[in-house]
Design a protein around this ligand. Structure first.
Ligand code: GRF
Length: 187
């Protein structure tokens, strides 16, 4: 069985979408969720989907607790889906090429510290970009700098608000993120 660790900080709609996607396949796969915010919406979703979920505050990412959890869990893949902390370097070293992230823009544009969620879409709107999109990439020690696995674009010339852009980006995320996870795990 493949074991996947899903990390989130907020709503967790991508987490739910990935779990639901695999429920429609015959793959032997199990999930656990970790979130660094006690009131993250992802906990409600995990409960509903009957997936184990754990709260790890920032301090437990910094003091080695999280690294120990990952060592015990031995995941085949770690998926960052709306996870906002810098991922601990010791875990990156232990699990090379087994950690991926989704970024809601076309990296290297609109990436780096502070560029998350609505900040990204506001900046894209302010710059009157004709296109935005998603980037799925490996995670290394720096924010949004790991090797790119997949990018998909969407035209946003008709979007007048950051919310509209966010919705178009979410559509791409929901379509492509589960497929990339599946490809990495099952070829
Ligand atoms: C997504 O847009 C993701 O790309 C970004 O944060 C958002 C998370 O949304 N990193 P959700 O928690 O999956 O609903």
């Amino acid at each position: 069985m493949k074991k996947v660790l899903l990390l989130a900080s907020g709503s967790g709609s991508n987490v739910e979408n990935i779990i639901n996607y695999f429920a429609t396949t015959s793959h032997d796969i199990s999930f656990e969720v970790i979130a660094n915010k006690k009131d993250a919406g992802v906990f409600e979703r995990a409960k509903r989907l009957q997936i184990p979920a754990h709260y790890y505050p920032k301090s437990r990412f910094e003091n080695g607790d999280f690294a120990q959890f990952v060592k015990n869990f031995q995941p085949d893949l770690i998926v960052l889906a709306g996870f906002l902390l810098l991922f601990p370097a010791d875990v990156v070293k232990d699990f090379p090429n087994k950690i991926i992230n989704i970024h809601p823009a076309l990296l290297p544009n609109y990436g780096g510290k502070g560029m998350y969620g609505h900040h990204v879409h506001e900046a894209v709107l302010a710059n009157k970009e004709a296109f935005t999109g998603i980037t799925i990439h490996y995670v290394n020690e720096q924010y949004d700098k790991g090797e790119i696995i997949l990018q998909e674009k969407t035209n946003i010339e008709n979007c007048t608000t950051a919310d509209e852009i966010a919705q178009k980006v979410h559509e791409l995320e929901y379509k492509f993120f589960p497929i990339v996870v599946e490809k990495l795990l099952f070829g």
